[in-house]
Design a protein around this ligand. Structure first.
Ligand code: ADP
Ligand code: ADP
Length: 225
């Protein structure tokens, strides 16, 4: 069974065609790179899966659930299955790093001692432990990006969507973030990473590269290194 299915998905912003008739199946546990130049539709593809944007035409089915039929009450529960790293991070500016990451577990009803342990663990792995009590606007872009990644993975979601998750990072931090995502992949998570620079990405033997151009699916290839 496929975990993510897109049938003839088209997305327009006003008259602008951002995704053009995309049909795609993704199996559980796949590691997918979405590549293509700026403006190709990579962010839009991730945003429609997260239901941050609605499709104009076509259908999306996640784990057997048709997103067109999901009620607004059930939307938060579906979103909990996803970890999303937004390109612009979307951190809450007046909450500390710790609180930003902890919020995911609080709304999921986890107990405070578990939350503390788990949040400090992902902050340690992303190298943000020492900044736990800082506010996001006081951090560099790379640090904010690492917090955004920590927040996306802390709830151990079955699907991780990451929009240019290493775009603001030096090569050492980028490697740490990719290794972190790879660890979740090895534990069974389905991972989609959008990047305009696939050469920057490490080799993942089980990966597929989905290449977009002008909103169209240009090529699907297995990543061979
Ligand atoms: P990528 O992530 O590959 O850079 P995007 O998905 O961000 O591409 O954008 C695809 C196309 O849709 C681009 O032409 C972009 O300008 C346009 N677009 C994206 N978001 C919006 C928006 N909110 N309103 C209007 N056009 C948009
Ligand atoms: P991403 O997170 O992929 O960068 P953005 O929302 O930043 O997506 O926008 C990507 C592209 O879409 C940019 O080129 C931007 O100029 C364009 N865009 C974003 N929002 C709008 C909008 N409301 N109207 C027109 N173009 C937009």
């Amino acid at each position: 069974a496929n975990i993510i299915r897109l049938f003839n998905v088209t997305k327009r912003y006003g008259g602008k065609l951002a995704l053009n008739n995309i049909t795609l199946d993704i199996e559980p546990g796949e590691f997918i790179f979405i590549s293509g130049p700026s403006g190709a539709g990579k962010s839009t593809l991730l945003k429609i899966l997260y239901l941050a944007e609605r499709v104009s035409e076509g259908q999306i089915v996640i784990d057997g659930i048709n997103l067109a039929r999901i009620s607004s009450q059930r939307l938060p529960f579906l979103r909990r299955r996803f970890g999303m790293v937004f390109q612009d991070f979307k951190l809450i500016p007046n909450r500390t790093v710790f609180e930003n990451v902890a919020l995911v577990l609080k709304v999921a009803g986890k107990n405070p001692s578990y939350i503390k342990k788990k949040v400090m663990h992902v902050l340690r792995v992303t190298g943000m432990e020492k900044k736990a009590n800082h506010l996001p606007p006081t951090l560099s872009g790379g640090e904010q990006q690492r917090v955004a990644v920590a927040r996306a993975v802390v709830g151990e979601p079955s699907i991780i969507l990451a929009d240019e998750p290493t775009g603001s990072l030096d090569s050492e931090s980028a490697r740490r973030v990719l290794n972190l995502l790879l660890g979740y992949h090895q534990n069974g998570a389905t991972i989609l990473i959008a990047s305009h620079n696939i050469a920057q990405m490490d080799c993942f033997s089980r990966g597929r590269n989905i290449s977009l151009e002008d909103g169209k699916l240009k090529r699907i290839s297995t990543i061979l290194c």
